[in-house]
Design a protein around this ligand. Structure first.
Ligand code: AMP
Ligand code: MG
Length: 343
C-alpha cells in the first residue's frame, strides 16, 4: 500500500489535505493523526471492516477494543448510553485526555469493541484531531498508531517507522504534548474504576466523581489466568526491545547504582539533576525529577531511542506514584515487565 504523508502546518491552509483524509475514512481507509496524547491509527468507527483493517495494520489481537473519537461530548449519544456522571466528567475534562467506558449502542459494531457490550469514548483536544473528525463526518475508532507491543508513537517519525505501507495516510502534526495515552475510566458500573492513568489524574477524577477505584492491574501484576477489566492491560507492553529494569530507593543510592550499571555498559534513563554525575554515553535525560509531566512527554521516545544503545539492559528510576506520576509508573512498570530492584 502506498502511504501518503502530509504535514499539517495550519488548519486554514491545509483544509484540502484534511478533506482528502476525511474522504479516505468515509471510504473505509486508514488515516494516522496526531492527538494531544499520542498518534492515533484511525478508521470509521461505524464500519466493521475498517476495524478489521486497523487490527491488521497494527498486528493487534482483535479482542483488544478500540477507542471511539468524537468531536463533541454530546456526539456520544448516537453510540453509547450516557449518564449524568458522563456529562459531569465531560464538562470538567472534555475535550481532553480522558476516555470514558459506557454501555454501547448497536451503531458501533462488535468488531470495534473486541466483542464487548461497552464502548470507550473520547473527545480529543488536538485541533488536527478535531478537524479530522469534522471532515470525516463519522466517529473515528483509533488505537495508538504503533505496531502492537511497541511504545506508542509521540511524533510522526515513530509512526513512519512502524506503519509506512500499512495505512493510507499519515498526518504529521509535530510532537504530542502529553506523550502518554489517555486516562481510561469505566463508568458503566456503580463505582467508577480507573483502568489506565494518563493526563487526567486520579486526584482530578476523585474531585468530580467522589470515590474512584483503581483497577489492580494499573500498578500490580495480574495473577496467572486473571482477566483484566481492560483487555489492553497485558503483562508486558510499551516495551523497548532491550530489557528495562526499574530502580527504587534513596535518591543518592539510586544515582550511584545507575552510574555503576552504566560503567558496566548498560543504558540509563535519568533525571536532569543527576545527569552530570552520570557518564554522558548511554544516558537519556527523561526530565526534571519533580516534573512527571515532562518525563511523561519524553518517555516513549526515550524507550525507542534506548534500543539504539545496543546495551544489554536499560535502568531507570521507579517513578513516584502520585498525580501524573501514576501514569508514568503504569507505563514504565509494564515496559519493565514488573522488574524492580531495591537499592
Ligand atoms: P489504545 O487504543 O492503544 O490507547 O488502547 C485502548 C485501550 O482502551 C486498551 O487498553 C483497551 O483495552 C481499552 N478499552 C477500549 N475499549 C474498552 C472497553 N469497552 N472496556 C475496557 N477497556 C477498553
Ligand atoms: Mg496502544
Amino acid at each position: 500500500m502506498n502511504t501518503k504523508i502530509y504535514t499539517i502546518g495550519s488548519l486554514e491552509q491545509d483544509t484540502d489535505k484534511l478533506a482528502e483524509a476525511g474522504q479516505i475514512l468515509r471510504d473505509g481507509g486508514l488515516v494516522v493523526f496526531p492527538t494531544e496524547t499520542v498518534y492515533g491509527l484511525g478508521g470509521n468507527a461505524t464500519d466493521a471492516e475498517a476495524a478489521k483493517k486497523i487490527y491488521a495494520a497494527k498486528g493487534r489481537p482483535s479482542d483488544n477494543p478500540l477507542i471511539i473519537h468524537i468531536a463533541e461530548p454530546r456526539d456520544a449519544e448516537a453510540y453509547a448510553e450516557t449518564s449524568a456522571l458522563y456529562y459531569r466528567l465531560a464538562a470538567a475534562f472534555m475535550p481532553g485526555p480522558l476516555t470514558l467506558i459506557l454501555p454501547k449502542k448497536e451503531t458501533i459494531p462488535h468488531s470495534v469493541t473486541g466483542g464487548l457490550d461497552s464502548v470507550a469514548v473520547r473527545c480529543p483536544a488536538h485541533p488536527i484531531a478535531h478537524a479530522l473528525i469534522a471532515a470525516a463526518g463519522v466517529p473515528i475508532a483509533a488505537p495508538s498508531a504503533n505496531l502492537s507491543g511497541k511504545p506508542s508513537p509521540t511524533c510522526a517519525a515513530h509512526v513512519i517507522d512502524d506503519l509506512t505501507g500499512r495505512v493510507d495516510m499519515i498526518l504529521d502534526g509535530g510532537d504530542c504534548e502529553i506523550g502518554l495515552e489517555s486516562t481510561i475510566l469505566k463508568i458503566d458500573c456503580d463505582v467508577p474504576v480507573l483502568l489506565r492513568p494518563g493526563g487526567i489524574t486520579y486526584e482530578q477524577l476523585c474531585a468530580v466523581c467522589g470515590h474512584v477505584e483503581i483497577a489492580s492491574a494499573v500498578i500490580g501484576q495480574l495473577a496467572p489466568g486473571e482477566r483484566p477489566l481492560s483487555p489492553g492491560m497485558m503483562y508486558r507492553h510499551y516495551a523497548p526491545a532491550t530489557p528495562l529494569i526499574l530502580v527504587r530507593g534513596e535518591r543518592a543510592a539510586v544515582t550511584a547504582y545507575l552510574r555503576e550499571r552504566q560503567a558496566e555498559g548498560c543504558g540509563v534513563l535519568c533525571y536532569a539533576e543527576e545527569a552530570d554525575v552520570l557518564l554522558p554515553e548511554r544516558r537519556i535525560i527523561l526530565g526534571h525529577r519533580d516534573d512527571p509531566a515532562e518525563q511523561a512527554q519524553h518517555l516513549f521516545t526515550a524507550l525507542r531511542d534506548a534500543d539504539a544503545f545496543g546495551a544489554p539492559t536499560i535502568f531507570a528510576h521507579y517513578p513516584d506514584e502520585h498525580g501524573m506520576g501514576l501514569a508514568l509508573c503504569n507505563r514504565m512498570i509494564r515496559a519493565a515487565a514488573h522488574t524492580v530492584v531495591e537499592v
